[in-house]
Design a protein around this ligand. Structure first.
Ligand SMILES: O=C(O)CCC(=O)C(=O)O
Ligand SMILES: [Fe+2]
Length: 266
């Protein structure tokens, strides 16, 4: 089988040459951008022909995707009726999408190969300054979220510190990745700003410039974020590459059932 090197834009991103000056400079630049802004976008990370292949591979599997709809607060917590009705933690957001889990992808799929490519995990570990491991969960380790017209991903914070995504196909309109950087502070939350954003204010809201083929490294635990409703005929496809700071991480059967409608503990 062909190596995985051909998948990424190696001229710009020499991930397969660890230890060279070019590799070290790239890692340093990503590290400082991530530390300053909580996000790094590696523009045109995946080569155009490969992106077309990823779209075709997703088109082929989407009929087996799992539909999930959720009504959640920004932390995915149960409703706390002790809080006032208009408290931002009682405000519910809707998320609606279709997810293709790792175990429905072929090991020959380009996204599957990219996720399992050692130079990528090695490079990301350098940028994030801790050792990353592929998630052991046969479904959640790698997913493609598919969003059709009127589907969206409501405002939330991620459970993991860092999320790595690859936009594969964008919608004609909408489907924007928006964030309020660093809104969740380590000790206190700025509830007044959170409340304003949840009520529709765009003050502090930044739309990231993410195009198909761009790899996004994003501190989703600290930065409130959402994907705006999709408009038009083209389904938005985004790959989520789950790497953890510990080996052998799995979701519980309950969480698997919730996200994918079935259990696969390997
Ligand atoms: O669809 C995206 O671009 C990001 C989705 C997201 O925030 C998530 O999966 O937690
Ligand atoms: Fe997220």
């Amino acid at each position: 089988m062909q190596g995985t090197e051909y998948i990424i834009n190696k001229e710009k991103y020499p991930l397969d040459q660890p230890g060279t000056d070019a590799w070290k400079t790239l890692a340093e630049n990503c590290k400082s951008s991530f530390q300053q802004t909580g996000a790094v976008i590696l523009k045109n990370f995946v080569q155009q022909p490969i992106l077309e292949r990823m779209i075709a591979e997703t088109d082929r599997t989407i009929h087996r995707s799992h539909y999930c709809e959720d009504n959640h607060n920004v932390f995915f917590e149960e409703d706390n009726s002790a809080l006032p009705m208009d408290h931002p933690l009682r405000m519910r957001e809707t998320t609606s999408l279709n997810s293709i889990p790792h175990d429905l992808m072929s090991p020959n799929d380009a996204l599957h190969q990219l996720y399992n490519w050692d130079p990528l995990i090695h490079f990301l570990s350098e940028v994030l300054e801790y050792k990353l491991f592929r998630m052991a969960d046969p479904m959640a380790a790698l997913t493609v979220n598919c969003m059709r017209a009127s589907q969206n991903h409501g405002w939330h914070y991620d459970e993991s510190q860092v999320t790595i995504t690859l936009l594969i196909q964008k919608s004609v309109e909408g489907g924007l990745f928006q964030t309020v950087p660093d809104l969740r502070k380590k000790d206190t939350d700025d509830y007044s700003m959170l409340s304003a954003v949840l009520k529709g204010s765009d003050s502090g809201v930044v739309t990231l410039d993410v195009e198909p083929g761009d790899l996004l490294i994003f501190a989703g635990f600290y930065s409130l974020h959402r994907v705006t409703p999709i408009k038009g005929k083209t389904t938005r496809y985004v790959g989520t590459l789950c790497y953890k700071d510990k080996p052998n991480m799995m979701n519980s059967p309950e969480v698997q059932k919730l996200f994918y409608g079935r259990v696969n503990q390997g």
